[in-house]
Design a binder for this molecule. Structure first.
Ligand code: SF4
Length: 139
């Protein structure tokens, strides 16, 4: 699998221009939207008012590669780590329908198995993420 240019990060932040990709369900799995929804400025404002968006929602945005702390130098470390930790998810299940698959960093890097682990990944599991995110956004 290649790790070429212009791929999308399927675990991005809530920001104008991103795509709303999925919603965290009560069982902590992600339900992917049939059609990802463009994120507007108004959506961002409302989403942050309701709490840290990345704890409740999954967004897709441009893969920043070396501009992201998860980039190992040649690939995304998030999906590599998740696939090691969640081997249970890599069974013979059908792939979820996903509109961004052709451009998805994780799929292009790790293939169909990435899509089987993907619904178990919540972007923000860290405390104080919102404060860091807001500071980054203001810079
Ligand atoms: S890993 Fe698969 S299911 Fe998840 S966003 Fe990428 S293409 Fe879609």
């Amino acid at each position: 699998m290649e790790s070429g240019e212009n791929k999308m990060c399927p675990s991005s932040t809530c920001h104008t221009g991103a795509l709303l990709l999925g919603v965290v369900q009560s069982d902590k799995k992600i339900a992917l939207l049939q059609t990802p929804m463009p994120v507007t400025e108004d959506f961002v404002e409302k989403a942050f008012k309701a709490g840290d968006p990345e704890k409740r929602l999954r967004f897709a945005g441009r893969c920043a590669k070396s501009g992201c702390s998860q980039w190992t130098g040649s690939r995304c470390g998030v999906i590599d780590d998740a696939m090691k930790q969640m081997e249970f998810a890599i069974d013979n299940v059908a792939l979820p329908k996903c509109d961004i698959r052709p451009d998805c960093r994780w799929f292009n890097q790790n293939g169909a198995d990435a899509c089987k682990v993907c619904p178990y990944i919540i972007t923000d599991t860290r405390p104080f993420f919102r404060e860091h995110h807001l500071v980054d956004a203001e810079q």
